[in-house]
Design a protein around this ligand. Structure first.
Ligand SMILES: [Zn+2]
Length: 315
């Protein structure tokens, strides 16, 4: 008798299965009926390739690979007066404002080599940090980033906005943020973030005022410092004060004390957006100082908001 009741039900259940398209268990499908029926074997998931969602468009701006590129220039962080300082709070605001305006970070190398990995509708920003000020990058005793240093501020922002990762270019001096025992660890962190180290000379002279011998010794010294940290390819270079040597050929390449020293690109110190990859003179790249006032970062971001800058926009 029991068998006789179950069999027709099983037939109904089997017939329902393709209709409901679910993998419900026998007991739920036959609610109220004793679960004497062997559950149907669960069909393996169909092997369809995972559908890759196209990345969401960051802005409604039209693609424009001939537009201008923002290369920001930061020095020191803190509460002192003067255009060399940005407060940590203001830096956090800069990140948010850049983000909201559709900027996404790439390194100086990615920009000049036209290898910018940007989501559609985004505009590149190259975040550059000069002079290796300790306020840029400080580790606490437990190895974590000081939340008040620039990288601490950026880390917090990047955690909340993973599509604005800590990718920037550090134009370093030999002090390399002090904390000498932590230097190797910091360099490893920079590489892990996808950021890059770049040259800013040894003693930070205005190169225009120096003879060829001094220019070569300063540029070569900076390159040798980078080599110590595993950078053997030609690196980017920011000329102190944006001051170009009289002998401009030395920016690209020279032979000094039996060795060849090459530079991949040279950056100025102000005061406007840079031309797009392919159009920019890679040995004369303008930057935008992170300062209030005329031609500073705030000024240029206002211009973007007002629609007065034709920005590079990723297709
Ligand atoms: Zn400098």
């Amino acid at each position: 008798m029991r068998q006789a009741t179950v069999l027709p039900l099983f037939g109904v259940f089997s017939a329902l299965l393709p209709l409901c398209g679910c993998s419900g268990t026998a007991s739920s499908a036959l609610s109220g009926t004793p679960a004497v029926v062997t559950p149907a074997p669960v069909a393996p998931e169909p092997r369809t390739p995972p559908v890759k969602e196209p990345p969401a468009r960051v802005t409604t701006r039209k693609a424009n690979t001939q537009g201008m590129v923002f290369v920001t220039e930061y020095h020191n962080f803190g509460y002192e007066k003067g255009n060399m300082f940005r407060t940590p709070e203001k830096f956090a605001k800069d990140l948010k404002r850049l983000y909201d305006l559709g900027f996404r970070p790439v390194t100086a190398s990615e920009y000049l080599n036209d290898k910018m990995d940007l989501p559609p509708g985004a505009s590149p920003v190259i975040m550059t940090f000069d002079d290796s000020q300790p306020t840029q990058f400080k580790l606490l005793a437990d190895g974590s980033l000081d939340p008040k240093c620039a990288m601490g501020v950026w880390e917090k922002f990047a955690k909340a906005h993973p599509d604005f990762p800590m990718k920037g270019t550090f134009f370093v001096l030999p002090r390399m943020w002090d904390q000498p025992k932590l230097r190797a660890k910091k360099v490893a962190m920079i590489k892990e973030w996808g950021s890059e180290l770049a040259n800013h000379t040894v003693h930070h002279p205005a190169l225009r005022t120096k003879n060829d011998e001094t220019v070569m010794s300063e540029v070569a010294g900076g390159i040798e410092l980078l080599r110590k940290y595993g950078i053997h390819e030609p690196a980017m270079f920011a000329m102190p004060y944006g001051s170009t040597p009289k002998n401009r050929a030395l920016i690209k390449q020279f032979k000094y004390k039996g060795q060849v020293f090459k530079t991949a690109g040279a950056f100025l110190a102000g005061a406007n957006p840079a031309p797009p990859p392919g159009k920019v003179n890679r040995y004369k790249v303008p930057r935008i100082l992170a300062q209030p006032g005329n031609l500073g970062l705030d000024f240029w971001l206002d211009r973007v908001e007002q629609g007065k800058v034709s920005l590079y926009v990723a297709p």
